[in-house]
Write a protein that binds this ligand. Structure first.
Ligand SMILES: Cc1cc2nc3c(=O)[nH]c(=O)nc-3n(C[C@H](O)[C@H](O)[C@H](O)COP(=O)(O)OP(=O)(O)OC[C@H]3O[C@@H](n4cnc5c(N)ncnc54)[C@H](O)[C@@H]3O)c2cc1C
Length: 447
């Protein structure tokens, strides 16, 4: 058997973590099983859409699943897809779009903000979408997966079979073994179009009012926030809510999109340009308080996928994305503390998103979502100054009993991990001894 092998520097999506790796690219499940048993420490790698160091394994081995990209079966009666773990959500959605049913389409119940993630990556980070309150996380819709362990076993894991390993692997950051194949339950939607409503939000109180009111009737929600707005305007932005529907006067789906060809110079991401962007984007509604339209799901669910290589916009230094969740009972108070801390520091960001997580329990031991409010903000990497600000945001999050999202992290302390994830000790039992990552060595004090 020949497993492709390359020595190279690999960066994660935020582009501030770059390390030398040996990349193994198995082409079959047998080769994948062989790779897992090879030189440790190993770590599975999908499409590298994790922002920080959780998909990296400095000076060690990445098992890249790009060639494990075959569909195994599609049961149109039950709405079940079985595929290899390197299949992307993009490929699944493209397949489903070609298979109209008599009463609509099958669709993935949970999609993150980019479709360029693999099934293995979606399981290992137990990703969430804009409809967490209705569907929970991706892991809830996994019937089973096969897991290759370094002792040579290939274990079928489901809520009934190897149930503990199933729970450890969902949100398990690739540390419990390599997912080779998975079975995903789909949901039926009436069409591939969404009715979308944009509402101008005056401030944080208004955000929480609209979020509450939107719970009935709308399934997908997120608000873009002008993170530089201060005082009474803190939290102003645009709340977007949507639901699948069949609608007539639709916008044309755009194909392709602009590209960020090279790493932008650092002045491009300065306070004035960010302020200008926020002001212009904030006027998107042009005086309207509310606007409704019918749109294909792509631009609504995956707005950034339309701009290729947008992560290069932050220049050579890259950027950090800070994503935390604060529990429901303290959500308003803690978000009201997080926003001014960011605004006052003036390191700003183009992309700041507020979203609600619901009560549906995530199946994974280390899954990120908990009932409450999640905030995601991009920060250009300005070294110590940025890290110091992120530590202050951590302190607020920790104080509220919240946690940060490992998929986005590349710098939080071990304390954040220990306090934020109460099942961490149980999880450790299921970590495969040959598996590790830069994140895990940094934050969990392991080799
Ligand atoms: C623009 C953008 C928007 C995003 N929006 C969201 C969002 O709304 N919600 C959300 O939850 N996340 C979001 N993310 C994060 C992204 O969904 C996750 O990081 C996802 O896990 C990336 O998948 P990947 O295939 O690129 O995996 P990678 O980033 O390559 O790896 C992620 C983890 O999965 C593990 N892994 C990969 N393949 C396997 C396998 N076969 N077996 C076992 N473990 C494996 C890796 O070891 C690693 O720990 C977003 C990312 C971007 C860039």
């Amino acid at each position: 058997m020949v497993i492709a092998r390359r020595a190279e520097q690999v960066l994660s999506w935020g582009r501030c973590h770059r390390f030398d790796h040996v990349r193994l690219i198995p082409g079959t499940i047998d080769e994948a099983r062989e790779a897992v048993r090879g030189e440790g420490p190993v770590l599975p790698f999908g499409l590298g859409r994790s922002y920080g160091d959780s998909c990296l394994n400095d000076n060690a081995v990445l098992i890249d699943t790009q060639r494990l990209d075959h569909f195994v079966s599609f049961d149109e009666a039950k709405g079940e897809i079985v595929c290899e773990a390197g299949v992307s959500l993009d490929a699944i959605l493209a397949l489903l779009a070609t298979k109209p049913q008599t009463d609509g389409y099958w669709f993935l119940p949970v999609v993150p903000g980019t479709k360029f993630v693999t099934v293995g990556g979606a399981i290992a980070n137990d990703v969430h979408g804009k409809n967490h309150e209705v569907e929970g996380t991706f892991g809830r819709h996994v019937n089973w997966f096969d897991l290759a362990r370094s002792d040579g076993q290939l274990l079928r894991c489901s809520p009934e079979e190897n149930a503990e390993l199933f729970a450890a692997t969902i949100g398990g950051l690739g540390l419990t073994g390599l997912v080779t194949r998975a079975s995903i339950r789909l949901m039926k939607v009436p069409s591939l179009m969404l009715e979308v409503e944009d509402i101008r939000i005056r401030n944080l109180d208004h955000y929480f009012e609209v979020a509450e009111e939107s719970r009935s009737g709308w399934t997908h929600h997120a608000a873009w926030v002008d993170v530089l707005a201060e005082g009474k305007a803190a939290g102003r932005g645009i709340y977007t809510r949507s639901r699948f529907t069949t609608c007539e006067n639709s916008k044309e789906a755009k194909s392709g999109g602009p590209r960020v060809p090279v790493e932008a110079p650092s002045w491009a991401i300065s306070h004035p340009t960010i302020k200008l962007f926020n002001a212009v984007y904030g006027r998107k509604l042009f005086g309207e308080m509310r606007r409704t339209e019918c749109t294909p799901y792509g631009p609504v669910f995956f707005p950034l996928d339309g701009v290729s290589d947008w992560n290069k916009m932050y220049g050579r230094g890259g950027f950090y994305q800070y994503q935390c969740v604060v529990p429901k009972d303290l959500a308003r108070e803690s978000t009201a503390a997080l926003l001014p801390t960011i605004a006052e520091d003036r390191q700003g960001s183009f992309l700041t998103v507020l979203k609600e997580f619901g009560d549906i329990t995530s199946p994974g031991m280390l899954s990120f979502p908990m009932p409450g409010t999640t905030l995601a903000v991009d920060f250009p990497n300005r070294g110590e100054r940025t890290l110091e600000l992120l530590d202050r945001l951590d302190a607020i999050t920790l104080d509220a009993g919240g946690r940060v999202y490992a998929a986005k992290d590349g710098r939080a302390s071990a304390e954040m991990l220990v306090q934020g994830f109460p099942k961490l000790e149980t999880f450790r039992r299921y970590v495969d001894p040959a598996f590790s990552s830069t994140f895990w060595r940094r934050s969990a004090g392991t080799r």
